[in-house]
Ligand binder design. Structure first.
Ligand code: TXA
Ligand code: MG
Length: 325
């Protein structure tokens, strides 16, 4: 077996060895693995056929550029050209939930498909120890979008991946629950101004403390990060935003106050945004399944402040609530 096979169903193995995962990746297979943000659907980024398998497994409508994962900043910077801002952000936030978009080096063997033919590459060094070990053993850049089918909720546990992609990937590397629970923050440093493309696990405030003002390409505006589809992270039940209380027939995504007698998931009793971020996708998975089983019509989501990680939480909720395309 030299290439990933996603055209025919295959049993997906739950594995625990980073070396086993690295071996499968070397063989061109798809392996989902945990990071501190969400589970990623990994393939050897230098193997175009393996990368094509990612799009097939996800059912992605188009070839969006993928993030390349590395175990160190040094290895990441062998593939992209860092500027002074990139060096500063890498020193401060890597390993961690930050992705940098930088000019690709001509010498990089990353496949054009992984980078969607762009002159830039998105690179990141995850903080999760299991991911770090797997990436070090793999020794090649690992392209990995979130390990969910296109348009579905991002996975924050191995069980979510098995439920959504079982039969479509070779293995899931058991890595425990994801501590951050939201995808990485994506910053484009390839132009003359630094741009926040996607809010995520590192807050805008923390970035601005380090490098000064950052322009924000707001979600819903012209999608500068290709693949920033409006409808994303979608549960099967419709989502109603900024709901101070649930209406009849609605389940409730609570942030502080849990209404009595209603199917609810508490994101954070103390209104802690870090705790809420870590719980968000698991809460949507759970409310969706439980709500549908009880014949509920929708999920109402409590208002979340737009500060700190609240920016990324609101971004994901807005996508979950967007009209389905
Ligand atoms: O936390 C994360 O970032 C997770 C884990 C697995 O690392 N990965 C993830 O990947 O969320 P994905 O494919 O779902 O999102 C990648 C984002 C997309 O919005 C994509 O458009 C943007 O990064 N992106 C990737 N390469 C880019 C590039 N060269 N220029 C601009 N945006 C890029
Ligand atoms: Mg995703």
């Amino acid at each position: 077996m030299t290439a990933s096979r996603t055209d025919t169903p295959e049993p997906t193995r739950l594995i625990t060895s980073p070396q086993h995962a690295a071996d499968l990746l070397h063989a061109g297979r798809l392996v989902a693995f945990g990071t501190e943000t969400v589970y990623g659907l990994g393939a050897d980024a230098t193997n175009a056929q393996a990368v094509a398998g990612i799009y097939a497994a996800k059912g992605r409508p188009s070839f969006n550029p993928l993030i390349c994962h590395f175990w160190s900043a040094e290895t990441a910077f062998q593939h992209v050209q860092p500027n002074a801002v990139a060096e500063k952000l890498a020193a401060k936030f890597w390993p961690g939930p930050l992705t940098l978009v930088l000019p690709r080096r001509a010498s990089s063997p990353v496949s054009q498909l992984a980078g969607a033919g762009l002159p830039t590459l998105a690179v990141r060094v995850p903080a999760h120890p299991v991911a770090q070990e797997m990436l070090r053993l793999a020794g090649v850049p690992i392209a990995a979008p979130s390990a969910n089918r296109s348009g579905r909720i991002s996975p924050t546990a191995a069980a979510h991946v098995l439920a959504d992609l079982g039969g479509r990937v070779a293995a899931v590397l058991e890595s425990g629950p994801c501590a951050v629970g939201l995808e990485s923050t994506v910053v484009d440093l390839s132009g003359s101004t630094s741009m926040l493309l996607r809010p995520g696990g590192i807050t805008r405030e923390a970035l601005e403390d380090a490098i000064g003002p950052l322009a924000f390409a707001a979600a819903g505006a012209t999608p500068i990060a290709p693949g920033m589809l409006a409808s994303h992270y979608a549960p099967s039940l419709p989502v109603r935003l900024n709901a101070a209380a649930p209406g009849p027939g609605e389940a409730y995504l609570a942030f502080g106050i849990v209404p009595p007698g209603v199917l609810s998931f508490q994101l954070s009793a103390t209104q802690n945004l870090t705790e809420a971020a870590a719980n968000l996708f698991g809460a949507l998975h759970w409310l969706d399944a439980q709500g549908a089983a009880r014949g509920l019509a929708a999920i109402a989501a409590a208002p979340i402040p737009l500060t700190g990680l609240g920016l990324a939480i609101n971004d994901r909720l807005a996508r979950a609530a967007a009209p389905r395309g």
